[in-house]
Design a protein around this ligand. Structure first.
Ligand code: HEC
Ligand code: HEC
Ligand code: HEC
Ligand code: HEC
Ligand code: HEC
Length: 488
């Protein structure tokens, strides 16, 4: 063994010992964990256990075909199959041990985790129910939440209760909970209905949209609390009012604080993840399912359009002693109900690219342009958060991140300003500045590493037609131009 590789092996062993020790160490007494109350810890899901089973989405779709069509192709329907998730899960299990997968799966495939069917990363041999991720029978079996009993006393890591039905003298009765007072024939003889005020609240979404470190209870993703501490919660504009309606309805909710009509709600759960729906559309085409591929591409379009509606830019010149000295760019979060970007803010990238042109259109200055290898230059202002472990080292893996070194996302209806020092060639009279707010799901290298880590039973070429990871697509969320005199 060469000296360097032996050193590397020793360091790796130390790392594994250190990380296992970290995994076994109990959390701070500040975050008291009641393991009897939370039998699936580190997932905080609870199950009112009986012999009553869960039903796969196709079964529900037999009578609720509209909801099924909308949901099938949503990010919720992909939450477990998602190859980026599978890659990260695989890494997590190797780094921390199998326990951690309960935390992940409690949100990405609650039923597969609880029934014990999912034994580890990978899709092979799993039932439709486990593969269905965040499916109909997850949301419509939620009978309550334990948000205030959790170790952090906030909604976190799947703090909801599932009750798919009850056992009676006559056998099993399915109970599905929804927004309405049950009609006479509610459930068509298949299930009973229960009116559930929880389904008309953001608390329904909160348990999964607050991702905490599995044992240190640090809020890595805090979409729900960002929303709750902002203006939309004060006006009763909920997650559902933006994410369960089409693009026009969402803009109305966001701009006018008006709630959609009941018949406007859909099961799209449309967000920002166009990369995932694009990959999944490739897989559906390869499998010959054109209908699903179309529905996924519709989700792709909706995500891109939503991103293009979320932000606005203002360009303001700053003169010192009569000379144009700085450009001030104001980046406004005009329509996201939470911070922009919101969860996975240590992975998502949203940055400014600035270009200055002279009167002839020649570029005289540029900053924030991607490097030829696809990485973001260090100088670019990236509105993200930088995760770190206990040792002040940069980290993105959720089992490592216990703090943020920086948190630079934009609050709802808020803005941030960035100043750029300007230096022009002599003799330039007018300059045209262009600012672009650009977005992608992850850094090129991070995406490549995650996709390289997918479990062996997911062949990216065979399933997704991916021979290599292409350059990740970038969406321009907002583009603004303005021309200024270089002297006042
Ligand atoms: C509390 C619920 C919850 C838990 C626990 C959780 N996640 Fe997630 N995860 C989410 C949500 C919600 C998103 C979507 C956020 C977004 O789109 O910005 C997500 C997104 C992701 C993504 C990005 C997927 C993509 O296509 O970009 C990865 C990777 C991921 N999770 C991995 C994990 C792993 C690994 C674990 C366990 C260590 C885990 N998650 C635990 C809720 C959870
Ligand atoms: C992420 C949680 C979630 C998932 C997954 C989900 N639903 Fe819903 N569903 C809701 C919410 C919230 C409402 C209430 C919307 C509203 O305010 O009208 C609802 C409403 C409904 C209603 C009442 C009529 C309507 O459309 O408003 C039916 C029926 C329904 N869902 C069936 C389904 C079926 C079938 C699936 C799977 C194909 C499904 N749901 C998946 C959360 C969910
Ligand atoms: C045999 C047909 C049938 C099947 C199968 C079925 N439902 Fe229903 N469901 C109905 C009917 C009928 C209603 C009454 C309202 C309506 O017409 O949409 C209803 C109503 C609902 C509601 C609204 C309840 C309320 O009070 O707001 C939800 C939620 C729901 N179903 C969920 C599901 C889920 C989840 C599944 C799969 C596990 C499912 N249904 C399977 C027929 C069915
Ligand atoms: C059981 C857990 C769970 C519940 C309950 C839940 N979600 Fe999610 N949601 C997830 C996970 C996990 C993902 C991410 C999956 C992935 O990226 O692989 C997600 C993704 C999303 C996305 C897409 C994000 C993107 O990047 O495009 C939206 C929008 C969303 N959820 C909205 C909602 C709303 C609204 C509700 C409440 C009505 C809700 N969710 C309830 C687990 C949940
Ligand atoms: C006023 C409208 C509005 C409300 C209310 C709202 N959102 Fe969003 N949401 C957006 C917009 C616009 C985006 C796209 C920009 C972005 O990524 O932040 C988005 C993005 C998301 C994403 C995807 C983030 C990513 O990086 O992929 C998730 C997940 C999400 N929202 C969940 C929620 C949840 C959960 C709630 C309620 C607690 C909620 N949203 C409330 C408008 C809204």
């Amino acid at each position: 063994m060469k000296r360097t590789s032996r050193l590397a092996a020793i360091m790796l062993t130390c790392f594994i010992v250190a990380s296992t020790a970290a995994a076994l160490a109990a959390a701070s007494p500040v975050f008291d964990v009641d393991r009897e109350f939370y039998p699936y810890y580190p997932s905080l899901m609870k199950w009112n256990k009986s012999t009553v089973p869960f039903n796969e989405p196709k079964r529900c779709g037999g009578c609720h075909s509209r909801q099924y069509k909308e949901w099938n192709g949503s990010v919720h329907s992909l939450a477990f199959k998602d190859p980026i998730y599978q890659g990260e899960l695989n890494k997590g299990v190797k780094a921390v041990g199998h326990e951690v997968s309960r935390q992940c799966e409690g949100c990405h495939s609650p039923v597969g985790m609880m029934t014990g069917e999912i034994k580890g990363p990978g899709n092979a041999g799993l039932s439709e129910m486990a593969l269905a991720g965040v499916s109909c029978d997850v949301c419509h079996s939620i009978s309550g939440v334990t948000h205030w009993q959790t170790p952090s006393h906030e909604p976190e890591n799947g703090s909801f209760i599932l009750t798919p039905g009850v056992e009676t003298k006559d056998g099993q009765t399915f109970i599905k909970r929804g927004p309405f007072k049950p009609s006479d024939n509610c459930g068509g003889g298949f299930h009973k209905c229960e009116e559930s005020p929880l389904h008309l609240k953001a608390d329904l979404c909160a348990s999964c949209h607050q991702v905490y470190h599995y044992d240190s209870h640090f809020p890595i993703e805090a979409t729900y609390l960002e929303w709750k501490h902002g203006p939309y919660a004060q006006k009763n504009i909920l997650c559902q009012d933006c994410h369960m309606v089409d693009i026009e309805g969402f803009k109305r909710s966001a701009d006018q604080f008006v709630k959609p009509q009941r018949e406007e709600y859909h099961h799209y759960f449309s967000g920002a993840n166009y990369l995932l729906t694009y990959l999944a559309a490739g897989a559906a085409k390869k499998a010959g399912d054109e209908k699903l591929a179309r529905s996924l591409m519709q989700q792709y379009d909706m995500a891109v359009e939503r991103l293009k509606s979320a932000a606005d830019l203002e360009l303001l010149p700053v003169y010192h002693d009569g000379a144009l000295d700085e450009l001030k760019v104001r980046v406004k979060n005009i329509r996201a109900g939470h911070n922009l970007p919101t969860s996975l803010s240590n992975v998502r990238q949203m940055w400014l690219e600035i270009t200055a042109r002279d009167e002839a259109g020649k570029v005289v200055m540029t900053t924030g342009t991607l490097n030829p290898d696809g990485s973001l230059p260090d100088t670019a202002r990236n509105f993200n958060s930088d995760g770190m472990g206990n040792d002040f080292h940069f980290a993105i893996d959720p089992w490592v991140v216990t703090a943020f070194a920086k948190h630079d996302t934009i609050p709802p209806r808020g803005y941030k300003e960035v100043f750029y020092g300007l230096h022009f060639p002599a003799g330039l009279k007018k300059v045209t500045m262009e600012a672009r707010l650009r977005y992608r799901q992850a850094d090129q290298k991070v995406a490549e590493a995650l996709l390289a880590a997918v479990p062996k039973d997911i062949d990216l070429d065979q399933v997704y037609g991916l021979k290599a990871v292409p350059a990740l697509p970038v969406v321009d969320m907002a583009v603004k131009q303005a021309t200024f005199d270089t002297a006042q």
